[in-house]
Design a protein. Structure first.
Length: 152
């Protein structure tokens, strides 16, 4: 039993080391550029994570491409331009404001305003409905109808 548990732990330790990526850089500026780029580029598979955070194969491939381009001496702007040319502005976590990306920037504000207007109109309608007064004659008629209904 003891041997089985040791073998099991050894297998698990191999799996834990498999997910670690190590990249060696010539200078700290390249490493900083790599970290900045991988945190500014969106994983196209996960769509809610950066390529630095994602475990998807495409994210690993994009990280490798960023690393190789930095090793070739390309700048951050060149790499970002390459990624946007290849994948579109969606690959950037902060896409530039253009006609194409206007919906990404303005959409949440528009939906928030629509929601606030709907809540305001609903509250206003409810308040006006409470203010409607029923005449004494109508109240008496309604009360008599209710009493007749209870007796039947």
């Amino acid at each position: 039993m003891k041997r089985l548990s040791i073998v099991f732990l050894l297998v698990l330790s191999g799996i834990a080391c498999a997910g670690v990526e190590y990249r060696e850089f010539a200078n700290p500026e390249q490493q900083e550029a790599y970290e900045n780029l991988t945190s500014e580029l969106r994983c196209l598979v996960c769509q809610n994570q950066t390529i630095a955070d994602s475990n998807a194969e495409l994210a690993a491939d994009l990280r490798r491409q960023v690393y190789e381009m930095l090793q070739q001496g390309k700048s951050k702007q060149d790499i970002a331009q390459f990624m946007t040319d290849r994948y579109g502005d969606f690959v950037l976590y902060n896409p530039p404001f253009k006609l194409k990306t206007g919906l990404l920037w303005i959409g949440p504000v528009v939906f928030l305003l629509i929601g606030l207007i709907a809540v305001f109109l609903f509250a206003r309608r409810k308040k006006t409905a409470e203010k409607i007064e029923i005449s004494a004659e109508k109240r008496q008629r309604i009360r008599s109808l209710l009493e007749k209904g209870d007796q039947s």
